[in-house]
Design a protein around this ligand. Structure first.
Ligand SMILES: Nc1ncnc2c1ncn2[C@@H]1O[C@H](COP(=O)(O)OP(=O)(O)OP(=O)(O)O)[C@@H](O)[C@H]1O
Length: 353
C-alpha cells in the first residue's frame, strides 16, 4: 500500500456537518406528531433528544435519517438541503436499540458492510474494519456470528459499523436500552469517547434523563411533538424553562411562588403565577430548630446507600406542601424516621419557572 493510500485509509476525508431543522412538520396519515419544529445542531455536537414515550423522538430521528418524509419544513446538513434526499445518499451512521446486525455475516463483514456498499477497495476496507474493531475492543471477535456475542458486544459491533464509514452524522436510537446497568455505564463512556475522537455530529435518542445529562453537549427536551427547551445539561437541570422540564429532568419540588418564606429566601417578592423549583438535594434537614428553618413532619425515609430520600410535609399559611429531600451520604446519618419532627432549610437562591 502506498504512503498516500495509507494516509487515505487512516485519515479519510470526513465532511462534517451542522444540522438545521426549520418548521418541520411530520404526520402519520392525518395525525401530526411533530409540530412546527425548528432547531440547530452545531457541528461535532453530541445532541440528545429526550422525552417520554410517544413524544416523537424516534419519528424525528427517522426523518433525519431519511426514512420518513416530512409533511412540510426543511432539513439541512451543512449547506445541503436534504429534506427530499433518499436515506442512502445522506451519509449517516445508524445505531439502533436492537443492534440490527446481519445474523448470517461474521462480525468483520457486518462492520465492513457500509464500506463494501460504497465500493471501497478490499485492502482499504480491511484496514478500516481492523481499525474500527480495535476501537471497540472486538479485534478477537471478528470471525464470530452475532448470535455468538453478548448484547454489549453486539452493540459495539453496531457502533463500529456506524463509525467505520466516517459518516457526517451519527444517529443513535436508544442504543443502551437493552443493556444491563453496569454495561450501560461502560457503553456510555465508549460512545462518548469515540464521538469526541471522531468529532462526528451525533443525535442520540433516549428517555433516560441521567443518560442524557451524562453524555450530551446539548439536550432537547420534548413533549407531544414539540421542544420545550434546548440547553446544556447544566442549563436544563439548573435553570429549567418551565415546570414540565423541571419535573422531567431529575426530581423537582414545585412550590407556588406566593409562598412567602421562599420568596424571602430568594430575595424576590414579585407576585406571579409562577413556581419555585427546588431540587431535593438543595434542601437540608436538621434535627433541631434554627431561625432560618421551617418545621416539617417526616412522612417517609428511604435509605438508598449514597443518600437517604425523605418525603416531608410542610404546613405553611394554611397550605400543606409535600417535599422530597435528599440527604447525601454521610448526612443521612442523622437518621430521621417516619413521624419525626425536623427542620428544613431552603436554599438561598431558587429558580422560578
Ligand atoms: N408508523 C406509525 N404510524 C402511525 N403512528 C405512529 C407510527 N410511529 C409512531 N407513531 C405515533 O407517533 C407518535 C410518536 O412516536 P415515536 O415513536 O416517535 O415516539 P418516541 O418518543 O420515540 O417514543 P418511544 O420512547 O416510546 O420510542 C406516537 O404517538 C406514536 O403512536
Amino acid at each position: 500500500m502506498t504512503w498516500n493510500g495509507y494516509i487515505c485509509v487512516k485519515y479519510p476525508v470526513v465532511i462534517m456537518s451542522d444540522i438545521s431543522i426549520n418548521n418541520l412538520e411530520i404526520q402519520y396519515e392525518q395525525n401530526t406528531v411533530i409540530k412546527q419544529l425548528s432547531l440547530h445542531i452545531e457541528q461535532g455536537c453530541f445532541f440528545t433528544l429526550l422525552g417520554p414515550s410517544g413524544c416523537g423522538k424516534t419519528t424525528l430521528l427517522r426523518t433525519l435519517a431519511g426514512f420518513i418524509a416530512p409533511a412540510s419544513g426543511e432539513i439541512r446538513f451543512g449547506q445541503q438541503d436534504v429534506t427530499r434526499l433518499p436515506a442512502h445518499k445522506r451519509d449517516i451512521g445508524l445505531v439502533f436499540q436492537d443492534y440490527a446486525l446481519f445474523p448470517h455475516h461474521h462480525v468483520a463483514d457486518n462492520v465492513g458492510y457500509g464500506l463494501k456498499a460504497r465500493g471501497i477497495a478490499r485492502d482499504e476496507l480491511q484496514v478500516r474494519v481492523d481499525e474500527a474493531l480495535e476501537q471497540v475492543a472486538l479485534s478477537d471477535y471478528r470471525d464470530r456470528f452475532p448470535a455468538q456475542l453478548s448484547g454489549g458486544q453486539k452493540q459495539r459491533v453496531a457502533l463500529a459499523r456506524a463509525l467505520v464509514i466516517k459518516p457526517r452524522l451519527l444517529l443513535m436510537d436508544e442504543p443502551l436500552s437493552n443493556l444491563d446497568a453496569r454495561l450501560r455505564l461502560q457503553m456510555r463512556e465508549l460512545i462518548c469517547r469515540l464521538q469526541r475522537e471522531s468529532g462526528i455530529t451525533t443525535v442520540f435518542v433516549t428517555h433516560d434523563q441521567e443518560e442524557a445529562l451524562a453524555m450530551s453537549d446539548q439536550i432537547a427536551i420534548m413533549q407531544s411533538g414539540k421542544i420545550e427547551q434546548i440547553g446544556t445539561p447544566k442549563e436544563v437541570y439548573a435553570t429549567p424553562a418551565n415546570a414540565y422540564v423541571a419535573d422531567f429532568i431529575g426530581s423537582a419540588n414545585l412550590l407556588p411562588s406566593h409562598v412567602q418564606k421562599t420568596d424571602a429566601h430568594s430575595g424576590n417578592n414579585e407576585a406571579s403565577q409562577k413556581q419555585w423549583v427546588v431540587r431535593p438535594e438543595q434542601l437540608i434537614l436538621r434535627r433541631s430548630a434554627h431561625p432560618d428553618c421551617q418545621q416539617v413532619l417526616v412522612r417517609s425515609a428511604q435509605y438508598l446507600g449514597h443518600k437517604t430520600s425523605y418525603q416531608v410535609e410542610w404546613a405553611h399559611e394554611g397550605e400543606v406542601h409535600q417535599l422530597q429531600v435528599d440527604s447525601p451520604y454521610p448526612h443521612h446519618q442523622i437518621e430521621l424516621n417516619e413521624g419525626d419532627r425536623a427542620y428544613l432549610a431552603f436554599p438561598k437562591r431558587m429558580h422560578r419557572v
